[in-house]
Design a protein. Structure first.
Ligand code: THU
Length: 133
């Protein structure tokens, strides 16, 4: 179900994403990323990127966020914001769009540099649990 997000809620998400970004472990890229999302029961979940000396094993901020979602009781992601060290929107990579889509579905809202977009817009033709049936 589509949910309207107020400007104040977007600001709260940006601030939570920025706070998470400050906790990033990114000694290799020096590109800290923070992500935060509003859940359908009103929680705010967040995460930061966690890099590894084996570079390819890096966890994006979105992966940490989904871990926080499940650890704190699950539910659906309604709205999502991701920021870089300047606090500017960071575009979720392709893999992270797929990972987020599992928990937010096509109507999930994402704050992009271009403005607010739905998951269906940023990941058209997404692979869903329904495709396994
Ligand atoms: N990164 C994220 O955390 N999320 C994204 O969607 C894009 C990239 C991180 C991974 C890596 O630690 C750093 O940004 C540079 O690629």
């Amino acid at each position: 179900m589509k949910q309207e997000i107020t400007a104040e809620q977007w600001k709260t998400l940006q601030e939570a994403a920025y706070a998470a970004m400050k906790l990033s472990y990114s000694p290799y890229s020096h590109f800290p990323v923070g992500a935060a999302a509003l859940t359908d029961d009103g929680r705010i979940v967040s995460g930061a990127n966690i890099e590894n000396a084996s570079y390819g094993l890096t966890l994006c901020a979105e992966c940490s966020l989904v871990s926080d979602l499940i650890r704190t009781g699950g539910g659906r992601l309604v709205a999502f914001a991701c920021v870089d060290s300047n606090g500017d929107p960071c575009s979720p990579c392709g893999r992270c769009r797929q990972i987020l889509s599992e928990h937010g579905g096509p109507d999930m809202l994402l704050q992009m540099a271009e403005g607010v977009m739905t998951m269906a817009e940023v990941l058209p033709g997404m692979f869903t649990p329904q495709d396994l049936v």
